[in-house]
Design a protein around this ligand. Sequence first.
Ligand code: MG
Length: 380
Amino acid sequence: MGSTGSVGTQALQIIEEQTDYFQVEVLTAFENSKLLIEQALRYKPNVVVIGNDKFYQEVFDALDPHDIQVYAGEKAIEQVVEMDTIDMVLMAIVGFNALKPLLRALEYKKPIALANKESLVVAGQIISEKALQYGTQIIPVDSEHSAIFQTLMGELNNPIHKIVLTASGGPFLNYSADKLKNVSVKQALNHPNWKMGDKVSIDSATMMNKGFEAIAAKWLFDLKQEQIEVVIHPQSIVHSFVYFADASVKAQLSLPDMHIPIQFALTYPNRLKNNLKQLDLLKTRRLEFAEIDTKIFTNLALAFEAMKTGGNTPCVLNASNEFAVKAFLSGRIGFVEINKVVEQSLNSMSVIQNPSLDELFQTDFETRKKAEEIINKLSN
Ligand code: MG
């Protein structure tokens, strides 16, 4: 799901190298019809879904002669996960749109390699309950969560003291609050260590990404907020730490390459040989760690605050951030204004504890409206 995005395209490269192991059954994309067609012709799925139905005819005309079924619309993206022929779903749709198909896949007991974190931020409780109810496994793809997941293998009943998520610091590590005011979209997209999609690259630059990862970790690993910490690690070699009750600490290390956690999520619990570069400790030499200044990267503080408040607050956090990042990417607001939109949205929305799915969708809708108002005021 989301095959034309950054994780989707990298997953297809992995699949191409491991043809004995994988067969692509379904590909979905929201509107990148050109790449979706190209991928379908190359990987020969049985079914393709394009989210935006304005591209249906184009995709149908290209793929129907090749015996590939084509569907369109967001409902179809949701329904396609029900297919009996699917053994596993890689959920690589970006943003809130992943939530409905994810819930459907859980209900249909399809093991999920989960690259989307926004769904866990918004509806972590509902997702965890559903996964438990249907006994469906979620295997995280995000490098930090993959690290924790790998570290916890074989530790079933051992109590966790805390986890420490590592953050590269993004392109603006060590920038002053003043210097941040003038950064461009291009600078913000230019992550020093990781090759990622636009949305997550901006989230990394603002540190919101780490806040989302903290909230997602809470649900993925059943942790309390006090058990989750974040530390700057500019080399991106250690992908996270788990501290156990006996004062022992485990971590997972590798060169920063998303192919590694994507492949592991797809082949879990097996590790398949590949051609990726091994870590060379003598070349790396130095692993550094530092504290994050949350007075400059206020988004991280906002995310922890939203996690503490709970209820529909993380939904407000996510929706206002998604909206503000789009506004930044299209040049409507500056980089530091992303924080302002999120903060003002959080202050203006009312808290609902234990929200239903409908209430979350309502919150998402209202927050985007609110964020639009705030952006209009800021840009005037
Ligand atoms: Mg990450």
